[in-house]
Design a protein around this ligand. Structure first.
Ligand SMILES: Cc1ncc(COP(=O)(O)O)c(C=O)c1O
Length: 350
């Protein structure tokens, strides 16, 4: 018998969105439908043999300096991760022992729970209200770490400024505010790290900057918290190419802002198209839309769309099973998707 830790033997691993070959229109993993800034590909092409031969800067200093400027904080307030998932891993390593508790809302990004389980910690789930708002008991929930994406994953809903402030003031232990989708909402609570020493804000270049394949994310917090996370990070956690690509992506703010604006416009047009067809929409501030088809046959819709070359996401959980989650693509992709929905309506509609 292998000496497997009980926490790992019992673990249900996280299931990422499928990454199939190029024959599908991929609207299942909230990726950016546009290429990254041309400056990113130029920076990657300029990479030298030495950048590949030698180890990268273990502290990602140049990248953190650019990110810190973009976030309006000092460099020692920022840690870089191999995607923001890597920063989540550092957080659970730093703050969770076996038997500890994390607080999460339901539904939300399920990786929080998976990473906590790897530490032998367990999650207490707080169901969102009917209007997808924070339940009263979530404020000050007894937990070593509280995780909340804003906008929320899976629902796309944005929590109010008053709710976030109240949560910061009430949270026990560490509060992780995951702003993976914040650029699409045009709202950030990152400046609150100055006021709250137990707050860690996460950002990623995967979605807003179209860098999901290169894996660049950040944690922003007060310097003593960053110093703790630095202790547990993998030694060379960000490869050399991702570091230069991240810098180029962050520097081309105009390109990024234009693409974000385009995605938001497409999201609104797509939401209107679904509403006109009788779908029930969850108001989204992210780069995806969660919506329930008339008749509630969400799984059937997903299967019918897949047969027509469109990959979208279904979550078979009690709160989400009526819904389909559509990542926002280009206008052309979303027009094609709506046409496919109209064409296959007979296969799932009551
Ligand atoms: C809420 C949330 N946080 C973090 C991530 C992961 O981001 P990254 O690609 O930076 O690891 C995702 C990815 O879907 C997400 O939905």
């Amino acid at each position: 018998m292998l000496p497997v830790r009980p926490a790992i033997a019992a673990l249900t691993p996280y299931v990422p969105g499928e990454q199939p070959d190029g024959t599908f229109v991929k609207l299942n993993a909230n990726e950016n439908p546009y290429p990254p800034s041309p400056r990113v590909l130029e920076a990657v092409a300029r990479a030298t043999g030495d950048q590949v031969r030698l180890y990268p800067d273990a502290l990602s200093r140049a990248l953190r300096a650019v990110a810190a400027r973009a976030f309006g904080v000092g460099q020692d307030w920022v840690i870089a991760g191999n995607g923001s998932d890597d920063v989540l891993t550092m957080i659970v390593r730093t703050f969770l022992d076996p038997g500890d508790t994390i607080a999460v809302v339901d539904p939300t990004y399920t990786l929080y729970e998976t990473l906590a389980a790897m530490q032998g910690a367990h999650a207490r789930r707080y169901p969102l209200t009917e209007q997808w708002e924070l339940p009263e008991a979530f404020f000050g929930a007894p937990a070593q770490v509280t995780f909340l994406p804003n906008p929320n994953a899976q629902t796309g809903t944005l929590f109010s400024a008053a709710a976030i402030r109240r949560l910061c003031a009430a949270a026990q232990g560490v509060l992780v505010l995951d702003e993976a989708y914040a650029p699409f909402a045009g709202v950030t609570y990152l400046p609150l790290v100055r006021e709250f020493p137990h707050l860690i804000v996460l950002r990623t270049l995967s979605k807003s900057h179209a860098l999901a394949g290169l894996r660049v994310g950040f944690g922003v917090a007060q310097p003593d918290v960053i110093a703790l996370l630095m202790k547990v990070k993998d030694s060379y956690n960000l490869n050399a190419i991702s570091q230069v690509a991240g810098i180029a992506a962050l520097e081309d703010t105009r390109y990024v802002e234009e693409r974000i604006a385009a995605i938001v416009r497409t999201r609104e047009a797509f939401a209107r198209a679904l509403a006109e067809r009788g779908w029930e929409l969850v108001p989204s501030a992210a780069n995806f839309v969660l919506a329930a088809p008339p008749g509630g046959q969400a799984r059937e819709v997903v299967v019918a769309l897949e047969q027509r070359g469109y990959l979208v996401r279904h979550f078979a959980t009690p709160r989400l099973e009526r819904y389909v989650r559509f990542s926002i693509g280009t206008d052309e992709q979303m027009d094609g998707l709506v046409a496919a929905l109209d064409a296959c309506r007979a296969t799932w509609s009551p």
